[in-house]
Design a protein around this ligand. Structure first.
Ligand code: IPM
Ligand code: MN
Length: 358
C-alpha cells in the first residue's frame, strides 16, 4: 500500500502531567496512523512553566508564525505551581487560541458506557451533548486595568467584549453542528440575558437571525444559572449548547464531572479556516507529575477529535471505539488519579493495542 497523507502536528506537552498524557496520546495516534495509512510529522515544542522559569519567555511571536504552518496542534496542559497564576495561561494557552483565531471551543459531553456518573438514574442515553464555547472574546479578551491600585479608592475593570462578528460565527458553527449531529436538532443559547441585557440581547438576536437559515433546528434560550441545574437534573434535554467564553468555561467543568470526571473530558480549540488545537480540558495536576497515575483518556479522546478534524474519520471513530471498549469492559477501576488500577502509560498502550486490532 502506498503512503497516505502526511499531517504536520505541533506537539506541546507542557507542564505537570502534560508530557505523560501526551506520550500516551501519541502512542494511540501512531497506532491509528499505521492502521489507517497516514503519517504524522510531529514537531515538539517545550513551551511551559519550566522554560519560562529558565528563560523568562512564555511563547514568542515567532512560534505563532511557525504554528500557522502546521496542520494541527496537540497540547497536554499548561500551569506551573512556581509561576504566578495568569502568566502561562495568558502567555501561552490564551495567546495560541487568540492569535490563531481558534474561535470555537468544542467540548463534547458524553458519558461512555461503563463509566460512573454522580447523576442518579442517568446513563449514556441521557448524557450526550456538545458545548460550543466562544473562544476568543468575552471577559477573556484581557481589556481592563486598575485605577488607584492599592488604595481604598481602587477600581478594577475587566471588559466583557461581544462582537457581532464573533457571536455570529460561533452561533453559525453551533447551528451547523446541531444539523450534523441530527439528534434532538436543538440549539440552546445559554446566557444571562436577564441581567447582562446588552450582550445577552446581541447573542439572542444573532441566534434568531441566523436561525432563519436553519429552520430545521429548534432554538431555545436558557439562563446560565438555571442551565447548571438542568445539566444535573435533565441533561437529556441538551443537544448543542452555544455560549460565551466565561460561561462556557464554567459549565464545562460541571459537565465534565457528569461524564465521569476530567479524566475523560476532551476539547478542541477550533479555527474552521485555520490551525486548530486539541487538548484535555483538565489542567497540569502538578502533584501527580511523573507518577504515571493520571488518566490519559481525555487526551486520547482529544487526539480522536484532532483526527476527525483532519478528515481521518475512520481513524477517529476507531479510537472512540477503543476508548469505549476500555471503559465498558472493566479494564480501568476508576478514572481518578491513582485509582485506575493501571498506569498512564499502560492505559495508552492498551488503547493503542485496541486501535490496531479492533
Ligand atoms: C480551560 C481552562 C482555561 C480557560 C484556563 C487555564 C485559562 O480553564 O481551558 O477551560 O479558562 O479557558
Ligand atoms: Mn476551564
Amino acid at each position: 500500500m502506498g503512503k497516505g497523507k502526511t499531517y504536520k502536528v505541533g506537539v506541546i506537552p507542557g507542564d505537570g502531567v502534560g508530557p505523560e498524557i501526551i506520550s500516551a496520546g501519541m502512542e494511540v495516534l501512531k497506532a491509528a496512523a499505521d492502521r489507517f495509512n497516514f503519517q504524522l510529522d510531529t514537531v515538539y515544542y517545550d513551551f511551559g512553566g519550566d522554560r519560562y522559569l529558565k528563560t523568562g519567555e512564555t511563547l514568542p511571536d515567532s512560534a505563532i508564525e511557525e504554528f500557522k504552518k502546521l496542520d494541527v496542534i496537540y497540547l497536554g496542559a499548561i500551569g506551573h505551581p512556581d509561576v504566578k497564576p495568569g502568566i502561562l495561561e495568558k502567555g501561552i494557552l490564551l495567546k495560541i487560541r487568540f492569535e490563531l483565531d481558534q474561535y470555537i471551543n468544542l467540548r463534547p459531553v458524553k458519558l461512555y458506557p461503563g463509566v460512573w456518573t454522580p447523576l442518579k438514574d442517568k446513563g449514556p442515553e441521557h448524557i450526550d451533548y456538545v458545548v460550543v464555547r466562544e473562544n476568543t472574546e468575552g471577559a477573556y479578551c484581557g481589556i481592563g486595568g486598575f485605577f488607584k491600585k492599592g488604595t481604598m479608592d481602587e477600581i478594577a475593570t475587566q471588559l466583557d467584549i461581544n462582537t457581532r462578528k464573533g457571536v455570529e460565527r460561533c452561533v453559525r458553527y453551533a447551528f451547523e453542528l446541531a444539523r450534523k449531529r441530527n439528534k434532538n436538532k436543538t440549539l440552546t443559547c445559554v446566557d444571562k440575558a436577564n441581567v447582562l441585557t446588552f450582550s445577552g440581547d446581541l447573542w439572542r438576536r444573532t441566534c434568531q437571525e441566523v436561525q432563519k437559515e436553519y429552520a430545521d433546528i429548534k432554538l431555545d434560550f436558557a439562563f446560565v444559572d438555571a442551565t447548571c441545574m438542568w445539566m444535573v437534573k435533565n441533561p437529556e434535554w441538551f443537544d448543542v449548547i452555544v455560549t460565551n467564553n466565561m460561561f462556557g468555561d464554567i459549565i464545562t467543568d460541571l459537565a465534565a464531572i457528569t461524564q465521569g470526571g476530567l479524566g475523560v473530558a476532551a476539547g478542541g480549540n477550533i479555527n474552521p479556516e485555520g490551525v486548530s488545537m486539541f487538548e484535555p480540558i483538565h489542567g497540569s495536576a502538578p502533584k501527580y507529575t511523573g507518577k504515571n497515575v493520571i488518566c490519559p483518556i481525555a487526551t486520547i479522546a482529544a487526539g480522536a477529535m484532532m483526527l476527525d478534524t483532519l478528515g481521518e474519520t475512520l481513524a477517529a471513530e476507531t479510537i472512540e471505539k477503543a476508548i469505549c471498549k476500555t471503559l465498558s469492559e472493566g479494564y480501568i477501576k476508576s478514572l481518578e488519579a491513582g485509582k485506575m488500577g493501571m498506569g498512564t502509560a499502560e492505559v495508552g498502550a492498551l488503547i493503542a493495542g485496541f486501535v490496531s486490532s479492533i
